[in-house]
Design a protein around this ligand. Structure first.
Ligand SMILES: Cc1cc2nc3c(=O)[nH]c(=O)nc-3n(C[C@H](O)[C@H](O)[C@H](O)COP(=O)(O)OP(=O)(O)OC[C@H]3O[C@@H](n4cnc5c(N)ncnc54)[C@H](O)[C@@H]3O)c2cc1C
Length: 465
């Protein structure tokens, strides 16, 4: 039986194992995951009767996607919930402006939403209404890989791009929209001409929290072994077998899937190929943190509107936004409690800041915005190097990685650092990696069968002779 190792038990590693088990029952599979803590950046905890997301809190689920199919196969479709709120706010010059979700949709819904929104000046609204038409009539001849900011300035004008799109996309990625690649992060939007259609997609979460997905994936695994170990290196011997070093011991595998972020893969693969390791190191990443509070509603003195708010990049500081989780999703807290998440990640400062400072800054933010003085529960979660940054030129970086990986048949890289950071993208890449591995396995099995058959034929002939 051929042996597969999957390094990393986040959603990418789990979806790889799930797909391999379904398609190739003849493979034995081992996942290495430190602490056996499956799910990676999808972690849900319970505090004071509340459901708290430490990492991802929603999924943009496209119809017809691999993730939608897997959710159906796992019997989770009935557990999906939609956000209760249809708006959020953006802070500009210290003032919160309510923004309808329609601004993220296509023409004409976004234009109607734009004109209702107090975030922009009259000039900004006029520009944003006329720019798409100009962009349509005189398409940009700019080639290459423009940033999110550059692309959206052209489509919607400077003001709407700055205060809306750069705030939203910069916040999601804890990064700078001036340097993030539009086509690598939002290929559908980048291809779409102004006024075109968005694919059918909806924001969802799970009734019992996001870890429903990794839990169901791991429960569906029948033959996969999860080993609680840190992988430090991978080598390939002359016969093509991968020697995986985990917690000081060596294990042999026929196929190797590295499903960790690139910054971890670069360490693991250093001894295999320093060139590959250097190519992986070139993928930028940023650190972020989330401080979650459970607050009694009776202690909230100011209005909490919509699902929360984001701070425009011009506001300074490293708080990027705040979500009223229990107001956004059903069932996250008992009636009398509010779950609030404060996000940090702008301006690169988070790594150097101690937990105590994050906590006091988050408390100050909530005190100012909600008038809250008492906090029932506080939880600080740090995501060191947790968000890959697909900066302009990301595709060339991927090509360099791919060209090195092809030198090692049986080696596959998958996960958040490469072709999409959202959970559905990670699942799609995992399915692709599993299928490629399966194809190679079938091809090698066929070659082995043919060579054994010819050997047998030759032996039969020599015996008969
Ligand atoms: C704060 C935050 C909020 C987010 N919100 C959303 C959201 O709302 N919606 C969305 O779609 N996406 C969101 N994302 C992104 C999304 O969660 C991730 O892209 C996705 O979960 C990554 O999955 P992964 O399996 O590729 O990587 P990871 O989740 O990082 O999993 C990799 C695993 O590899 C393990 N590992 C690392 N090194 C080793 C080693 N040496 N040996 C063995 N194992 C190792 C790690 O422990 C980890 O479990 C968010 C991310 C963050 C940080």
């Amino acid at each position: 039986m051929k042996r597969v190792v999957i390094i990393g038990g986040g959603v990418s590693g789990l979806a790889t194992a799930y797909t391999l088990e379904k398609l190739h029952p003849d493979l034995s599979i081992t996942i290495f995951q430190p602490g056996g803590k499956l799910g990676g950046k999808i972690q849900t905890v319970k505090r004071a009767g509340c459901t708290i997301e430490e990492g991802a809190d929603s999924i943009l689920l496209k119809s017809g996607s691999d993730l939608e199919r897997i959710i159906e196969e796992l019997g989770l479709s009935g557990d999906l919930i939609s956000p209760k709120q249809r708006s959020f706010s953006i802070q500009r010059d210290g003032i919160l402006h309510e923004v309808p979700l329609g601004l993220l949709r296509g023409f004409p819904e976004n234009v109607r939403s734009l004109w209702k929104c107090s975030l922009f000046s009259l000039m900004g609204k006029l520009q944003a209404t006329l720019c798409p038409a100009l962009d349509y009539l005189f398409p940009s001849s700019a080639q290459g890989d423009p940033s999110i900011a550059e692309s959206l300035r052209r489509r919607f004008g400077r003001e709407v791009s700055r205060y809306f799109f750069e705030t939203v996309f910069g916040g999601i990625h804890s990064g700078d929209a001036e340097s993030l690649s539009f086509k690598s992060l939002y290929p559908d939007m980048a291809k779409r001409r102004a006024g075109g259609k968005y694919g059918k997609a909806r924001f969802v979460s799970f009734r019992e929290g996001m870890n429903t997905l990794p839990k169901a994936l791991s429960s569906a695994l029948r033959r996969t072994v999860v080993a609680d170990s840190v992988v430090s290196s991978v080598r390939q011997d002359e016969s093509g077998i991968f020697q995986v070093e985990a917690d000081g011991e060596f294990f042999a595998f026929d196929y190797c899937v590295v499903a960790t972020p690139a910054f971890a893969a670069k360490e693991i693969l250093f001894e295999l190929d320093q060139g590959l390791s250097a190519a992986l190191a070139a993928i930028d990443r940023s650190s972020s943190a989330v401080v979650t509070f459970v607050i009694s509603k009776s202690d909230v003195l100011k209005e909490t509107r919509g699902s929360g708010y984001l701070l425009a990049p011009t506001e300074g500081g490293y708080v990027t936004g705040c979500t009223f989780s229990s107001q956004k999703w059903d069932g996250r807290a008992p009636e009398d409690l509010l779950v609030v998440r404060v996000f940090f990640g702008r301006n690169g400062g988070v790594r150097e800041v101690a937990d105590e400072e994050l906590l006091s800054t988050a408390k100050k933010e909530v005190r100012v915005k909600l008038g809250v003085e008492k906090f029932q529960e506080c939880l600080v979660t740090r995501w060191e190097q947790g968000l890959p940054q697909y900066v302009c030129g990301h595709e060339e970086k991927l090509q360099r990685i791919d060209s090195r990986v092809t030198n090692f048949p049986g080696l596959f890289l998958t996960g958040t650092s490469y072709r999409g950071v959202g959970i559905p993208d990670c699942v799609h890449q995992a399915v692709v990696a599993a299928k490629q591995l399966g194809d190679l396995h079938q091809q090698q099995s066929l070659e082995r069968f043919e060579s054994e058959f010819h050997e047998g034929e030759a032996y039969g002939k020599s015996v008969c002779a």
